[in-house]
Design a protein around this ligand. Sequence first.
Ligand code: ACO
Length: 322
Amino acid sequence: MTFSKILATGAYLPEKILTNQDLTQYFDTSDEWIRTRTGIEQRHIAAKDQSSTDLAYLAALDALESANLNARELDLIIVATSTAEHHFPSNASQLQHRLGCRNIAAFDIQAVCSGFVYALNIADNFIRAKQAKRVLVVGAELFSNVLDWSDRGTAILFGDGAGACILEASSTPGIHGSVLHADGEQKELLWIPNGIGSPACQRQTRSPHIHMQGREVFKVAVRTLANLVNELLESCQISIEDIDFLVPHQANLRIIKSTAEHLKLPMEKVIVTVNKHANTSAASVPLALDYAIKNKIIKRGDNLILEAFGGGFTWGGSIITY
Ligand code: ACO
């Protein structure tokens, strides 16, 4: 049987750091309020001339270097993003060109903050189906472009960055299993309404910014993630005692703590980067994974739960032996 294994990870975070204190110049807030409610201390913000493809490219280079792999050895590129550089072509096709790959398949997927776990599951299926041996999966976001910098309810939460992962075919797992879900019923709780494909009569109300009912999103996220981790453990027939680390989507430390408490997992077994990165949407899980691997917190053979929840709503995760 063929499984997929993580060969290497990579990351890129823009140079510019915006602290909570820096945000007080835009609206009435405080470092203390943001830290207490979210756990966030700072976020990275892309330079004016950087695109989400640039962020993806730099994270991909880092992953290729860590894997000691030439880009020509890749069989497929998937980029998870909801802040693509162009409406089309995809960031993934731009990456294919910039990395100097063969004419391999390359496409973007959009599942907001769950984008990376969706993309990882798709990559895993390509490998299991023997359609690819090595897949580059990237989560790349430039959320600073879609924030209303006068809205203290949303602007405090997000940051820019990209994380990457190279999956390779293996005779042992690897990815034990994944679970993906979506429910579009409550789209207005977290959205950027009226995109380029909206009806002409609605386009005049097109908004370039995120709109969110934070308190409601918080409640749904906590409830949904608790159910998701149970479902994952059950579907992979793995007990929580066998899990070494939880690598959660980094949206809010209180949401992360609540999932850890539900699993009765001590916080030493939970990877937290939300304090330094804020919520980087589809980039958050691969950035957290890369941080933990590069800092030798996660080691070869460790069993991990990856999970995410985001706009849509979408949610999902995987259980992986690194
Ligand atoms: N600074 C100071 N005060 C603020 C700020 C701020 N940045 N933002 C809101 N407030 C005020 C509000 O105006 C309100 O004041 P009022 O009581 O006088 O009306 C008060 O603080 C409470 O506002 P709430 O929105 O109810 O605050 P809450 O405790 O829910 O925290 C937060 C808000 C941090 C957004 C929280 O709801 C949250 O994290 N929700 C999850 C959202 C999320 O993570 N979304 C990301 C995408 S989904 C995902 O990735 C999981």
